[in-house]
Write a protein that binds this ligand. Structure first.
Ligand code: HGA
Length: 606
């Protein structure tokens, strides 16, 4: 999290910083700040709250200068106020830093610095970096940054400038940094969309890289000063795609992008004539005995769908772990384990560290990931990219359905390779999978969307919600509840429907809307029995039913019809209706769906 932008060249730096930060605001919006260098001075302007607070002031009083650094913050240490906003400076204001990450030993470093006469302005961990660099500075900024970083433990993407140098020095450990290469100008950012309007030539810095940027070039070394070669990748993302494109919010745009995102996930990978799936990965599908899926948040729920699919179709034991638990529970891993990490950004620190834990135990590793060139992709044996395109809305939508799509492909691939699926079964499932983009398109048709909006508004004043689902759609219920919580702040619980009677049934009364995923499935009758149990306690049933199921509609207060899909792929189609339910509830309540409170995307702190 935290958005970082740096610029050196001939443009007005302020313009590049503000436009870049606007594209990164999903990474944090507790405060925003810039520092712009002009001749012999660096001027800092920073403000608590969203970027608009700062950009409004800068419009009135622009900061001239062609070198600058900027930051949007998701606070970890210190309140989200003006003082704790980045950039941070030394006492004399001559050296300026921005930082993404956490300096874990900052308290002891700070105590030492105070003893040696430094005064601190903020409560952040980040400020120690400014003072440490100043202490090590003897005319060579790069050397001073290197010496300071040798003293810190933790995660950082750090960008530094000094009044006496026309250069920017940056370094990363764990937190991401990408460099944009222009003609006579250079850029830095924590993510690609910030730079797309200026350049498509990007260098993804690796863990432990340091870079010095000048107007006409750059030099990469490791933290010890040894030169490093990194390729320049040409990014084919459309800058338009990273913007809202006419929708009210990124989230809504991304919901509507799902047919295209799924097409990209599946493209070139399905061969229905032979029943084969081509994933272009080198993994030996017969070389392991069990699978550990490791992820956080929405990606974790995609992993739960994956567990069901892989166990059903490929008959391999799968367990799914929350990454922050996995990494500290001394997991049982061997060379017969395949660890699958799932992450939109490929930067989620909990998942990255869990991946390292799995590798230590000898596991083979595979990632289901969206962002190319991200940290995880460099440490994995194989990556199955979901190709969903940039996801800016903090609450994941298209990345979720594409992750589930990727698990369908993986389960089929494993099932074929391990002989658990016949040609006929594989062909049927491949056909069903190929249908997904069309079915999701159909799930988004205006009449259905209007009905979801009506139901969302009808129950928008509810204090709590309950979501239920069974089998492969139990995780659909979990993800539906998470989406509602994230963006509308309504308390929502989710349970496997059969589990309701073992506890949560006590919550049911006439004020509780209960969303039941009851689409076509071998468990449908059992799910309908659970619906009856809710009705018997006066709960309000909102049923997700397959098109044409008028019989079961009679048991529900409200029905959201979704296109009929093969049970194994139905979580993709069903998720869309629940995304829209959350979306319309939140917008009706006046919430900012793209920047829900307390949340940020691409969580690079523990
Ligand atoms: N620890 C710093 C930076 C926080 C961060 O990177 N968030 O994602 C702070 O609290 O300002």
């Amino acid at each position: 999290m935290c958005g970082i932008v740096g610029y050196i060249g001939s443009r007005q730096a302020q313009d590049v910083l503000i436009s870049g930060l606007a594209r990164l605001e999903y990474r944090g919006y507790d405060s925003a700040g810039v520092a712009v260098a002009d001749g012999g001075q660096v001027v800092v302007k920073k403000k608590a709250g969203k970027l608009a607070n700062l950009s409004g002031e800068l419009e009135q009083q622009p900061l001239p200068g062609t070198l600058g650094i900027g930051h949007t913050r998701w606070a970890t240490h210190g309140l989200p106020n003006d003082t704790n906003a980045h950039p941070h400076t030394t006492e004399d204001g001559r050296l300026v830093i921005i930082h993404n990450g956490i300096i874990e030993n900052y308290l002891s470093l700070k105590a030492g610095l105070i003893e040696r006469g430094h005064t601190f302005q903020s409560e952040t961990d980040s400020e120690v970096l400014a003072h440490l660099i100043e202490e090590a500075y003897a005319g060579d900024l790069e050397a001073a940054v290197r010496a300071a970083l040798a003293q810190v433990r933790g995660a950082y993407g750090i960008v530094v400038t000094h009044v006496d140098h026309r250069e920017i020095v940056a370094a990363r450990t764990v937190s991401p940094l990408v460099m944009g290469v222009g003609e006579g100008e250079m850029f830095l950012a924590s993510d690609v969309p910030a730079l797309l309007p200026y350049t498509r030539d990007m260098v993804f810095l690796h863990d432990g890289d340091m870079v010095v940027l000048h107007d006409d070039g750059y030099r990469i070394t490791d933290l010890q000063g040894n030169p490093q070669e990194r390729p320049i990748d040409r990014i084919d993302w459309d800058a338009e795609a990273a913007e809202k494109g006419g929708y009210d919010s990124y989230m809504l745009k991304e919901i509507y992008e799902q047919p295209a995102a799924l097409t990209n996930t599946l493209m070139g990978r399905l061969h229905d004539d032979t029943g084969e799936v081509n994933l272009d990965i080198s993994l030996d599908p017969t070389a392991f005995k069990r699978i550990s899926v490791i992820a956080c948040g929405t990606a974790y729920y995609a992993g739960l769908v994956g567990e069901y699919l892989i166990e059903q179709l490929a008959r391999i034991p799968v367990e799914v772990d929350v990454a922050s638990e996995y990494r500290y529970r001394n997991p049982l891993v061997s060379e017969h384990t395949l660890a699958i990490v799932v992450s939109q950004s490929g930067e989620t620190i909990d998942t990255l560290e869990a991946l390292r834990e799995a590798k230590k135990g000898g596991a083979k590793t595979l990632g289901i990931i969206n962002a190319k060139g991200s940290s995880m992709t460099r440490e994995l044996d194989d990556t199955l990219y979901i190709h969903a395109g940039p996801e800016i809305g903090v609450a994941s939508t298209k990345a979720y359905t594409s992750m589930v799509g990727a698990f369908v492909l993986l389960a089929l691939w494993l099932g074929r390779a391990r002989g658990t699926l016949t040609d006929a079964q594989a062909q049927e499932l491949l056909r069903a999978t190929r249908e997904l983009p069309r079915l999701v398109e159909e799930a988004l048709n205006p009449a259905r969307v209007a009905e979801i909006k009506r139901v969302a508004e009808k129950y928008a004043q509810a204090r709590d919600y309950l979501f239920l689902g069974r089998g492969v759609n139990a995780p659909t219920a979990f993800e539906g509840a998470l989406k509602l919580k994230e963006i509308s702040y309504i308390h929502a619980e989710a349970y496997a429907a059969g589990e309701m009677k073992h506890g949560p049934i006590a919550l049911i009364d006439a004020n509780l809307p209960v969303v039941v995923v009851a689409t076509e499935s071998h468990l449908l009758e059992k799910t309908i029995s659970n619906v009856q149990e809710v009705r018997a306690r006066s709960g309000k049933v909102i049923a997700l039913l397959s098109d044409g199921d008028t019989e079961n509609a009679a048991h529900a207060d409200d029905v959201l019809y979704v296109p009929r899909a093969h049970e194994m792929v139905s979580p993709v189609v069903n998720a869309v209706a629940l995304q829209l339910l959350a979306y319309f509830t939140a917008t009706y309540l006046g919430k900012d769906v793209d920047k829900p409170r307390n949340l940020a995307k691409s969580v690079t702190v523990e």
